[in-house]
Ligand binder design. Sequence first.
Ligand SMILES: *Cc1c(COP(=O)(O)O)cnc(C)c1O
Length: 465
Amino acid sequence: MQHLFRSIPSIDKLLKSPIGTDFIAQFGHQAFVEQARKLIEQARKHIQQKSKLPEFLLSESTFLAHLKTQLLAQQQIAMKPVFNLTGTVLHTNLGRSLWSERAVQAATNAMRNNVALEFDIEEGKRSYRDIYISELLHKITGAEAACVVNNNAAAVLLILATFAQGKEVIVSRGELVEIGGAFRIPDIMQQAGCKLVEVGTTNRTHLRDYRNAITENTAFLMKIHTSNFQIQGFTASVSEEELVALGKEYQLPVISDLGSGSLTDMKALNLPAEPMVQQKVASGVDLVSFSGDKLLGGPQAGIIVGKKQWIDQLQKHPLKRVLRCDKVILSALEATLRDYLFPDQLTENLPTLHLLTQSIEQLNEKAQQLKQVLGKRLDSRYILQIEPSLAQIGSGALPTEKIESVALTISSENQRDLLALEQQFKTLPQPIIVRLAQQKMWLDLRSVAQFENLIAMLNDKDNGL
Ligand SMILES: *Cc1c(COP(=O)(O)O)cnc(C)c1O
């Protein structure tokens, strides 16, 4: 056995070899030594247990190749791009919306350069960092002004902290939602130091319920879009218009948390209707908040639009400084909003809207292509079929309303084969994320972007499938 141990290269020798010098330049001294040590330890154990050399030690070159593969894998960014075939287009765990080319360009420009972030180039003085976005949102929504923070949860927190600290906020019981990821309106209220006053019942709330709850200590009336569930049957809720009228009587502002909040008419795109920010502004609501990376189709951000007197107060609150966005996000958001100035090209330019509006024929064609390449790579244990599927927008938008879609389904006599394949898909250079349901694997074509790259990866003989 001793001669076997002698074939293990020493770290010293590796360090001094030309290839060692190369590896150190490429991967760094520490990573190289640590990984080489691990591999040598592994080789020792293998020899002790099996009295033969492990395959990677058959020659010095196989050892070095193996070491290089491991070092390369370690160097890869861990938060990898994946292919989303789950059928959920705005998948929170997969990073929600993809950016338009205009947004990508603007963001990379901002990364490489200094930008006029809080600097008015003509006047040479300090300005708000979200002033350009405010001007664009004024054009698009008709709102007087806007304020942008890290996400919509932050937007709600900032509004509550600015106007309702130590005061009461009136909300319908039917709207006390949990959005997921520990965003619960009652918890945010508590964090902002305000008191939640619940009115009505789970299924019915009337205008008189709000009226009866108003006291001297009321800060404002709040409306929350129950984006991720629906109450059906014997229901009643109060519209923004009615609340605005009541608010006027008592000089109380009305605030609306829209969540997804679309800037374009989804019905006109043959998609399930979602409340538009423009409508809320027109109904006279004082402040509306919504996300940048849901249906809007831009970067993660929380956007508040509304009356200038309130927006100015938000801008001055110390929490605005805590929750503000950086130049990259603001550039991307501005660019995304500029996409909205070309309404005819929206479904082409915004990836989210593009995915959502693909026709069934287009999806069928993609399914055929996918079936063809996967058919060549998978053995006879797997049965491939093209089937109608139901996709969804995701991120809380209209969960009860599914969107027609097409999927390639994979089934097998043995469920273990399916689970094994699911694992294999996850180890691909760009992992494929699928949906398992009804004893089948569903590869939904509605939610996948960069489809040509998916096909190219699956065509690559060395992909590991
Ligand atoms: C999604 C959502 C939020 C949270 O928005 P984030 O941008 O994820 O922070 C808040 N309220 C409603 C109604 C939502 O749908």
